[in-house]
Design a protein around this ligand. Sequence first.
Ligand code: PLP
Length: 450
Amino acid sequence: MEVVHRTKLKEMTTREMTKFSKEHPQSNLLYKRAKNSLFAGVPMNWMTKWAGGFPVFVKQAKGSHFVDVDGLEYVDFCLGDTGAMTGHSPSYSVDAIVEQSHNGLTFMLPTENALWVSEELSRRFGLPYWQFTLTATDANRFALRIARAVTGRNRILVFNWCYHGTVDETFITLRDHRTGLRTGNLGPAVNPSETTRVIEFNDIDALEEALSHEDVACVIAEPVMTNIGIIHPDPGYHDALRTLTRRYGTLLILDETHTICSGPGGYTGKFQLEPDIFTIGKAIASGIPAGAYGLSAKVAEQLARVLSQEETDTSGIGGTLAGNALSIAAMRATLEFVWTEDNFYKMISLATQFAAGVNHIVTERSLAWHVTQLGARVEYLFQPNRPKNGTEAAASWDHELDHFIHLYMLNRGILLTPFHNMALMSPSTSQEDVDFHTKIFQEVVDELTF
Ligand SMILES: Cc1ncc(COP(=O)(O)O)c(C=O)c1O
């Protein structure tokens, strides 16, 4: 088995840091200026996570490429961490956004487009009733409130190392069989062990034990975990999850914000899953802020009984700008023209080739790494086998190597998702983009192993 040379890795990282700094003078200048008015020099705190010491500032983007303020061009496999899975500024969405912009942006009144979108969401994902939000985080927050309200239960259940947005109840981890605050969690109102049970994904016995107390309002889950690396469900796991949640009176919320990369109906549509509540966001409006949640007929009926129409504005669900005309117009264009069968076919085929390119090099070099694919999403992990749960996936994290690979790629015009070695294909991603990644991946592996 080939090993990565650690001393050499440190030297190469220093070399790449110098190269990055030298080749991005304008981004560096803007970053220095930004520190005077933006906290940590960035408009949103996660943007400090990029490799290189400062983020590249974007000048313009179209499709699968963007150009930074230093005039350097990149193939974008991060795509706004899924927010731009449609490719940047797809023409159909831009046209719909421009048209709606001339006709009013937000009214707190419905437009007819909202009906088209909800009918289409029902067709794709199976749930009959829909509501809109501005983010996937909000969709998840509201879904949790609804689940507690209609079941009369307080607790929720999550999978270890899940991520569902900045949702307080979900920031809990399981280490050595003990639950605790997720490291980095800032200012929680209460310790999430008061609100939440956490178990490992793919562990049916633990699931049954956790639900058998009959105090869990809902399980919130990505159908395939994506935020600690891609973790596929074992065969039969989803059947068990559905059977056990029904048996113990617990609702099932499926969060398809990332797993929509599985196909036009997401993982739910592809495998005919039957969530009680479904949530989605990020790319659903081609990058315009929007999210949505769907309710089963039963949950909708139960919600109607407990939601006071008089005091609906203080229910804790909803928001002034949610369901605004602009987001809805962008959602319609995305669903009608961008998230099509043909585009998904193309994206998934490219992802398969991306994975094959990586796999070939990993195998040829006998590296103890592996590559996983979920529809249009591919990821390489620094461990030989597919992880079965969050703990196994977290164990393969190698921050030093991760940082180096991201930086190496960035210095050669490739942007990967900063949180892991994740690449997403958009409808505009091309064969050349994928081949370019394979070429640079070969180069980085050569440097690491010789
Ligand atoms: C599965 C999942 N759900 C929800 C969210 C929250 O999305 P947003 O930050 O756009 O609200 C994320 C963000 O990464 C996510 O990965």
